[in-house]
Design a protein around this ligand. Structure first.
Ligand code: TUI
Length: 317
């Protein structure tokens, strides 16, 4: 049975239930404003910023859009605590979190009127966070890029939907209208996409990063870090091969971490596709062109409406 949940678009005061992932070194105020202006929810990535830089990004996004926007706080960041204070003071409309449980921050954010939407990688965490008062959850499958969990979107999304009554945002592996409709079928109220938004003309990521996504297929990403409990999905290159070698030798997490530090910035900003960390999801294999953010969002909605119309006539088995 389908449960009735609060509407995601009403909750977030947006036109379309499409969120843009808070990708470190990629999701700046320009991309976030473009997504919010196109009717989705743009999100500034806190993960690559100091607290002062985050404050400046919040001020900049407000100059470019009067629509709601969000900030993603990476809970492993040394600045997570300070950044939570900033988003509270600034009354940022939505906060998403990643890479852990935001339990200790929920009450403070809610009392500032901020909507709290954590990324979860299990139904158990989703249920606990619902009890603690979060407004929605993002169920991110392991097809996603960057720091990931262990469960695929196909299983995680319905598992989280069954375990909760708040809106579920599907993420991981979604790049077009087909993934959007599939997510709704699995019980989600909307989607979050990361990799797809990198290949937009509004995204400041280096052109070689975008070209890598455009020329890749669904087999070109690999997951490193499984052994140390911090799995990360990125394009296979010299860096991931070196990390795999260190892992095979049983090198300590701290040693491997040293190799990875700075690698994401090198990829996103300098276009170092050889030894940079080109974090990207498996959906890279589905992305064939750079579009503007508004063209992308409109095309996903149009394709979704077409598919839903078509599916309506498919029940004559
Ligand atoms: O956070 C992400 N993706 C990211 S963060 C990032 S920055 C980075 N830089 C260098 C190395 C590593 C990361 C790049 N990509 N996605 C959200 C996400 N959260 N995916 C999975 C989770 C998650 C996992 C476990 C959320 C909660 C969780 O809970 C464990 C617990 O505490 O119960």
């Amino acid at each position: 049975m389908r449960q009735e949940r609060p509407s995601l678009t009403k909750l977030l005061e947006i036109k379309y239930p499409i969120l843009q992932g808070g990708m470190a070194w990629v999701a700046d105020h320009t991309l976030a404003a473009a997504v919010s202006n196109a009717g989705g929810l743009g999100i500034i990535a806190g993960g690559s910023l100091t607290s002062e830089e985050l404050l400046a990004e919040i001020h900049e996004v407000r100059k470019l859009t009067s629509n709601p926007f969000g900030v993603n706080i990476m809970l492993l960041s040394p600045f997570a605590e300070e950044q939570m204070e900033i988003v509270r003071k600034e009354k940022v409309p939505v906060v998403t979190t990643g890479a852990g449980s935001p339990s200790r921050f929920i009450d403070g954010l809610k009392s500032a009127g901020t909507k709290v939407i954590p990324v979860v990688a299990s139904a158990g965490l989703a249920k606990r966070l619902e009890k603690q008062g979060v407004d929605a959850v993002i169920a991110e499958g392991m097809e996603a890029g960057g720091h990931i969990g262990k469960v695929t979107s196909m299983v995680l999304i319905p598992a989280v939907a069954s375990a909760t009554q708040i809106p579920v945002v599907a993420a991981g592996g979604i790049a077009d209208g087909r993934g959007f409709v599939a997510s709704l079928a699995l019980g989600a109220s909307g989607v979050q996409m990361g990799t797809r938004f990198i290949c937009t003309s509004d995204c400041s990521a280096h052109i070689r990063y975008k070209e890598k996504i455009l020329s890749s297929n669904e087999l070109d990403t690999v997951v490193t870090g499984n052994a140390n409990g911090h799995p990360v999905r990125a394009f296979r290159n010299r860096l991931t091969r070196y990390i795999e070698e260190l892992e095979k030798r049983g090198e300590r997490f701290e040693e491997i971490e040293k190799v990875a530090v700075g690698a994401l910035k090198r990829a996103a900003k300098e276009g170092d596709v050889i030894s940079g960390s080109l974090m990207a999801g498996q959906s890279s294999g589905l992305i064939k062109e750079v579009l503007s953010v508004s063209e992308l969002i409109e095309s996903i909605i149009e394709e979704a409406e077409e598919i839903i119309g078509h599916l309506g006539g498919m029940t004559k088995w």
